[in-house]
Design a protein around this ligand. Structure first.
Ligand SMILES: *Cc1c(COP(=O)(O)O)cnc(C)c1O
Length: 382
């Protein structure tokens, strides 16, 4: 869901991409993004294109032909990153983990020592295909000790769980607008550390992508040069500014707490229906709840029923998880108590219709207990 204020912002009259009023809007977006990423990086922008454009820009600019990059592969987006590293002429060193698991820091440490020199370590913070939450706190220091850059995909995490770019020593971090920031798809928030920008400016050969060349894009976002590169998607930037204002009006800590309490309540209800979280405790994403299914239900039929009768869309499993899990999003504006309770109620009804023994109201009650216990400690969304 997108807040009505964001929809209204998208319809504002247009400005030229070098209009002083528009340039002030760009500055405001940069300040709001720095506060969202928790960074002081000067190069903090909204790149034209969806989250994948952010991914492609970071890889295409930081990886030169022949560079080795360690990449965690435990789902769809880790393998997409490995493909992009390859297409940039780099050598991806894949550290694989089962889908639903995370990449152990010991494995990163061993590989950094074994494969030196390594240009970058690349990790997906929130693996949307599995619901796994990758710990990042200690990776930055490890990368610095091995003179490697630290690259993080925060497409699904930003605005829903903490993303601490400076504290965690991240050199390049990108996100997308349509996950926990609750804006339509179309921009990729992106930040690069001074160390990362230094690497980009000292490339041996120019970035093969002209459109995503961050050294050129930096000259447009830089308040002192404002050199035309490509026409900014002005309406989308209006929308993003409003979405970011909403994030900071709520406040990041309360927003993060809201994501957690709604996820806890959803999980408590789902467990009574025989659905269990795929990732292990401590490694579960609140905005992407990935659960394994009980035996004997026709999962595709239940999802079709939910969509057609209740207007609720759940994600199915991808790759090796096809038919085995559901992925239930609770992101940004959509992360609210009413949605959790409506889904649990609908599932109780559908499961009962499929002949599964159910105690009516049990799942909803389990969720309500979580809300009662957290009362006052977190806003839950209307
Ligand atoms: C959605 C997503 C992307 C890709 O973003 P698009 O906006 O679909 O291009 C990349 N990484 C992760 C972890 C995602 O969830």
């Amino acid at each position: 869901m997108v807040h009505p204020r964001v929809l209204q912002a998208l319809g504002q009259p247009l400005l030229g991409h070098l209009d002083p009023v528009f340039l002030a809007l760009m500055n405001e977006i940069q300040a709001l993004l720095r506060a969202t990423f928790h960074t002081e990086n000067e190069f903090t922008i909204a790149l034209s294109g969806t989250g994948s454009a952010g991914m492609e820009a970071v890889i295409a600019n930081l990886i030169e032909p022949g560079d080795r990059a360690i990449v965690g592969v435990n789902g769809v987006f880790g393998s997409r990153l490995a493909t992009m590293i390859e297409r940039s002429g780099g050598i991806p060193i894949r550290i694989e983990a089962p889908w639903g698991a995370t990449i152990p820091i010991e494995a990163l440490e061993q590989e950094l020592a074994r494969s030196a020199p390594v240009k970058a370590v690349v990790l997906v913070h929130a693996e949307t295909s599995t619901g796994a939450r990758q710990p990042l706190e200690d990776v930055g220091a490890l990368c610095r000790a091995h003179d490697a850059l630290f690259i993080v995909d925060a497409v699904t995490s930003l605005g829903g769980i903490p993303v601490e770019v400076d504290t965690w020593g991240i050199d390049a971090c990108y996100s997308g607008t349509q996950k926990c920031l609750s804006c339509p798809p179309g921009l990729a928030p992106l930040t690069v550390s001074p160390r990362g920008m230094g690497v980009i400016r000292k490339r041996q050969v120019p970035c093969h992508s002209w459109y995503l060349d961050l050294s050129l894009i930096a000259d447009y976002w830089n308040d002192h040069s404002r050199a035309y590169h490509h026409t900014a998607p002005i309406s989308m930037l209006y929308g993003l500014r409003e979405a970011l204002r909403l994030v900071h009006e709520e406040g990041l800590p309360p927003r993060i707490a809201r994501h957690q309490v709604n996820s806890d309540a959803l999980m408590a209800g789902l467990q009574t229906l025989g659905l269990s979280p795929l990732p292990s405790p401590g490694h579960r994403l609140p905005m992407l709840n990935c659960v394994t299914l009980p035996d004997g239900i026709d999962e595709a039929m239940v999802r079709t029923h939910l969509l057609q009768q209740y207007g609720i869309e759940l994600g199915g499993g991808l790759g090796p998880l096809r038919g085995r899990v559901w992925r239930i999003g609770l992101m940004g504006e959509s992360c609210r108590q009413a949605h959790v309770l409506t889904l649990l109620n609908a599932l109780e009804e559908i499961f009962a219709g499929q002949g599964r023994p159910a105690q009516p109201g049990r799942a909803v009650k389990a969720a309500e207990e979580v809300y009662t216990h957290s009362l006052g400690s977190a806003r839950r969304g209307a």
